[in-house]
Design a protein around this ligand. Structure first.
Ligand code: FES
Length: 104
């Protein structure tokens, strides 16, 4: 894995999300919470929907299409209709830039 620059910290409101497209086309949702920045796969495990276009409800992201919920910090699925979680990625913030641990 390698640290890949994702976005500026200022691009994210607290409790805000942003879709970031990696060099290989993979879409990742970068999420800023009160206690840090987190990253999970952006594509819902149920169908083709961008989780970054959904809502943050408590400590979960709610899919905009059918309402499945995923934990921000782990990607674990918390409600139907999705039954499989999404990948989570380690993140770090360095000099106001968000990095995601991604790739080889
Ligand atoms: S596409 Fe996300 S719950 Fe159906």
């Amino acid at each position: 894995m390698a640290w890949v620059e994702a976005c500026a910290l200022d691009d994210l409101d607290v409790r805000g999300m942003k879709q970031v497209v990696m060099e290989d086309g993979k879409k990742i949702a970068v999420i800023r919470m009160d206690d840090g920045v987190f990253a999970i796969d952006d594509t819902c495990s149920h169908a083709e929907a961008s989780l970054a276009e959904g809502d943050i409800v408590g400590d979960k992201v709610k899919c905009p299409l059918h309402g499945a919920e995923f934990e921000v910090r782990t990607g674990a699925v918390k409600s139907f209709p999705a039954v499989v979680g999404v990948q989570k990625y380690e993140t770090k913030v360095d000099d106001d830039t968000v990095f995601v641990d991604y790739g080889e």
